[in-house]
Design a protein around this ligand. Structure first.
Ligand SMILES: N[C@@H](CCC(=O)N[C@@H](CS)C(=O)NCC(=O)O)C(=O)O
Length: 149
């Protein structure tokens, strides 16, 4: 069975779990990261050298990390995935830009230890996220829902 390594409290794990639910995929989730630890153990580092979650593991041993890469991979390999990750270049670009936006504009400022995170205080991080979230609100109000919103 498909394995998803990562604590369910992680937003990057959540989106993978969400996609699995949307596609009706059976999977086993294994707690890792945060208070669960495990991510710095040699067997986990062999799967994901970043010591982060999520990590996907297929039954045949194929392993993939980076949440958005996992989402694309699942959509490309599982029935029903094309509806969420369209082939048409402009439709696909719309999906991808919101995925990139989530990791760069929302996730990075929320991650205190992120090497690409400029804001250093909790207030500055919240303010940065609030600006990004308001962009999603404006987009959602003006057109069809962004993928996953
Ligand atoms: N760019 C990575 C970011 C992964 C990431 O930062 N994961 C966080 C949780 S959201 C993590 O592993 N934090 C350390 C931990 O939980 O132990 C991805 O999208 O998969």
């Amino acid at each position: 069975m498909l394995k998803i390594w990562g604590r369910s409290s992680s937003s990057n794990v959540m989106k993978v779990l969400w996609l699995c639910e949307e596609l009706g995929l059976p999977f086993e989730r294994i707690d890792a990261g945060g208070a669960f630890g495990r991510t710095k153990e040699p067997d986990y580092l062999a799967k994901n050298p970043n010591a982060l979650v999520p990590t996907l593991e297929e039954e045949d041993g194929f392993v993939l990390w980076e949440s958005n890469s996992i989402l694309r991979y699942l959509c490309n390999t599982r029935p029903g995935g094309a509806a969420l990750y369209p082939q048409a270049p402009r439709e696909r670009a719309d999906v991808e830009r919101w995925m990139d936006w989530q990791l760069s504009a929302v996730n990075a400022p929320m991650t205190p230890a992120s090497p690409i995170c400029a804001p250093t205080t909790p207030t500055a991080r919240m303010s940065c996220c609030a600006g990004a979230i308001s962009a999603l609100g404006r987009r959602s109000a003006s057109s069809a829902p962004a993928c996953g919103t």
